[in-house]
Write a protein that binds this ligand. Structure first.
Ligand code: G3P
Ligand code: CA
Length: 300
C-alpha cells in the first residue's frame, strides 16, 4: 500500500511514545539474539593456571594461596613424582627453570627437593617458596573457607625425562581421597592412558582430556570419548564455534588453555564457552578473567 503524508502521520500517531519504546526494545533484543552465544553464556569457571603463573611463582603454595584469595573456581597444578615416590607439584621434568636446583625431579629425593628455592627466579619477594607436595596443597585447599574451590591436577608424562612410576595415578587418587577432596578434583593429562587409568581406578573421578594445538584431533568428541574423559581441554587456538557446539551437544564441557588476553577471553565467550555447566577458561591471569566476566554480568 502506498503511504500518503496523511497515512504516515496517522501511523506516527498510532505508534506514540510507548510504540517507539517497544520498537527500540525489539531492536535491542534482536541485537542480543544476533550474538546467541553471548546471550547464552551462563557461567565460566576460572581456572588459575599453575596457580596463576603471572601473579606468583607457578605451582607453589604462594600461587595456590593467591588463587584462593582472588576467588578462582579451580586451581590448575602439575604433578611429578620424586625419586622416593612423593607426588610433588612442579611443571617441568627438570628442576632447572623454576628452582635453584638441577636435574630431573624423578631422580631427586623429596628431602632434597624441599631444600630448593622455587620462588626467587620469579621475584625476590618470593624467596624461600618451596616445591610443594600434593599433600601440602590439598591441606591448604581443604583448610580454606571456600569449600567450592576445586583442583585441576595434571599428571605429567614428559618424554624428555624418566617415566613416572606405574602407580602414579593410584598415588594421586589416594591422596585426594585421604584429603576428602575427590568430589572437588579433576585429573587431566595429555597422556590419555593416564586418565583412562584414573577412570578405571575410580569411575566417579572427573577427568579432562588435554589437547595441544600441535596435535589437533580430527573429531574432538571422539577424542574425549576415546579417553573416557568428562571434559575437553584444548589449546585455545583450537577452539571453534562448531567444535564447542558439537561438544556441548554431546554434553561435554570445554575448558581451553592458556588464555591471558581479555580479547581472547571475550572471543571464547562468543564461541559458546560458558553455555554448558563446567565450561571454563584456564589462565595465568585469573584476575583479568574475573574482570571480563564481571563486566559481562557473568560473575559477582
Ligand atoms: O591445563 C592445561 C595446561 O596446563 C597444559 O599446559 O604445559 O601449562 O601444563 P602446561
Ligand atoms: Ca598443566
Amino acid at each position: 500500500m502506498k503511504m500518503t503524508p496523511r497515512s504516515q502521520s496517522r501511523r506516527r500517531h498510532l505508534l506514540g511514545p510507548s510504540g517507539i519504546a517497544l520498537i527500540a526494545w525489539a531492536i535491542t533484543a534482536s541485537a542480543i539474539v544476533a550474538v546467541p552465544c553471548l546471550a547464552q553464556a551462563l557461567s565460566v569457571d576460572v581456572h588459575a593456571h599453575r596457580g596463576g603463573a603471572a601473579l606468583a611463582p607457578e605451582n607453589t603454595l604462594a600461587a595456590v594461596r593467591n588463587a584462593l584469595a582472588l576467588g578462582a573456581d579451580v586451581i590448575e597444578l602439575d604433578l611429578h613424582v620424586s625419586r622416593d615416590g612423593a607426588v610433588v607439584v612442579i611443571h617441568d621434568a627438570t628442576l632447572d627453570r623454576t628452582t635453584n636446583g638441577r636435574g630431573f625431579v624423578r631422580d631427586t629425593a623429596l628431602a632434597d627437593l624441599q631444600r630448593l628455592d622455587a620462588g626467587s627466579w620469579f621475584n625476590a619477594r618470593f624467596a624461600g617458596e618451596r616445591v610443594p607436595t600434593l599433600r601440602e596443597v590439598l591441606e591448604v585447599v581443604r583448610g580454606h573457607g571456600n569449600e567450592r574451590v576445586r583442583l585441576n591436577l595434571e599428571t605429567k608424562y614428559d618424554a624428555r625425562g624418566p617415566a613416572p612410576p606405574a602407580n602414579f595415578e593410584e598415588l594421586v587418587l589416594e591422596q585426594v581421597r585421604a584429603a576428602g577432596l575427590s568430589g572437588r578434583a579433576i585429573v587431566q593429562s595429555f597422556y590419555y592412558p593416564s586418565i583412562v587409568r584414573v577412570k578405571t581406578l575410580d569411575s566417579s573421578m572427573t577427568t579432562a582430556a588435554l589437547r595441544s594445538p600441535l596435535n589437533p584431533p580430527l573429531d574432538p568428541v571422539a577424542d574425549v570419548r576415546a579417553a573416557r574423559a568428562d571434559i575437553y581441554s584444548p589449546g585455545f587456538r583450537l577452539v571453534t564455534r562448531e567444535a564447542v557446539e558439537a561438544l556441548h551437544r554431546a554434553g561435554i564441557p570445554v575448558v581451553p588453555w592458556t588464555v591471558n588476553e581479555p580479547a581472547d577471553m571475550e572471543r571464547l565467550l562468543t564461541m559458546g564457552i560458558g553455555a554448558l555447566r563446567g565450561d571454563g577458561i584456564i589462565t595465568d591471569h585469573p584476575d583479568r578473567l574475573i574482570q571480563v566476566l564481571r563486566a559481562r554480568g557473568l560473575r559477582r
